[in-house]
Unconditional design. Structure first.
Length: 100
C-alpha cells in the first residue's frame, strides 16, 4: 500500500522510530509492536484502519490475534483512507466521522 498511503512511508516510519528510540542499542522492545506481545487480558478494542494504509495487514492480523486471545474487537476498514486519516478531521469528513 506504500504507493497509496501519503502518510505511511517506510522512510517516515524509520524516522519516527529513530526519533523515539534515540540511542537505543540491542533488540527492539516488544511493546513497539502489539503483534509480538501477549494480548490476553486486554480490554475490548476498536481498530480503525484505512483501506490504503500501509499498516492494513498488520491491523487485520492484530484483530485476528486479539480475537483468538478472547478479546472483543471491532475492526473498521475505512475505504480509500490512509494512515492516521483521523488526524485530518478538521478538513476530512471521514476523519471526523471516525473520531465520532
Amino acid at each position: 500500500m506504500a504507493a497509496l498511503d501519503p502518510m505511511g512511508s517506510l522512510e517516515a516510519n524509520r524516522f519516527i522510530l529513530n526519533m523515539y528510540l534515540q540511542d537505543w542499542e540491542g533488540t527492539l522492545p516488544k511493546i513497539l509492536s502489539p503483534l509480538k506481545m501477549d494480548l490476553e487480558g486486554l480490554p475490548p478494542m476498536l481498530i480503525q484502519v484505512g483501506s490504503h494504509e500501509v499498516l492494513l495487514s498488520d491491523a487485520v492480523r492484530l484483530a485476528q490475534r486479539s480475537r483468538a486471545a478472547g478479546i472483543n474487537v471491532d475492526l473498521e476498514i475505512w475505504e480509500g483512507m490512509w494512515s492516521v486519516f483521523q488526524s485530518m478531521a478538521y478538513m476530512l469528513p471521514e476523519g471526523e466521522e471516525a473520531i465520532t
